[in-house]
Design a protein around this ligand. Structure first.
Ligand code: ATP
Ligand code: MG
Length: 138
């Protein structure tokens, strides 16, 4: 069972002013923030972060979108963090997300879906290290 995951509040959500409400929902769900920054990825950095999706048809669109504006990147801690966070955010496509989930409340489409959540302990560690040095996490 993991106790840490990694998240990003994506450019659609930051630009619509949802950052505070999303962080509030995350904290009220029992996650504590171990690292956090407000940052805008370059096109190259977004491409590197999502390199695992390089062969997918939506890769270009995804990289353009993720470098289109500021994001909030954070490392979160809770028992069973990876699985519980994915439950909290809901399905990739907000149309299929459960009522009350972050994507149901704040996402507009499968591409612009408000938040990212790591899909495994291994990727949570890799993704957290992409954004944060040892000095920036607590
Ligand atoms: P994330 O990794 O952002 O938490 P996820 O794990 O639910 O999302 P993935 O399959 O890892 O979904 O896809 C990564 C991201 O790529 C999605 O969050 C979404 O922004 C984008 N994406 C996925 N499928 C599509 C699609 N069919 N069309 C456009 N964008 C897509
Ligand atoms: Mg994913």
């Amino acid at each position: 069972m993991s106790n840490r995951t990694f998240t990003m509040i994506k450019p659609d959500a930051t630009s619509k002013g949802y950052t505070g409400a999303i962080l509030d929902q995350i904290i009220k769900a029992g996650f504590s923030i171990k690292a956090m920054k407000w940052i805008k990825l370059s096109h190259a950095q977004a491409g590197e972060f999502y390199a695992v999706h390089k062969e997918r048809v939506f890769y270009g669109e995804l990289v353009d979108f993720m470098s289109s504006g500021p994001i909030v990147a954070a490392i979160l801690e809770k028992d069973n963090a990876v699985a519980d966070f994915r439950t909290l955010i809901g399905a990739t496509n907000p149309a299929n997300a459960e009522e009350g989930t972050i994507r149901k409340r704040f996402a507009a489409s499968i591409g612009e879906n408000a938040v990212h959540g790591s899909d495994s302990d291994e990727n949570a560690a890799i993704e957290g290290s992409f954004f944060f040095s040892g000095l920036e996490r607590f």
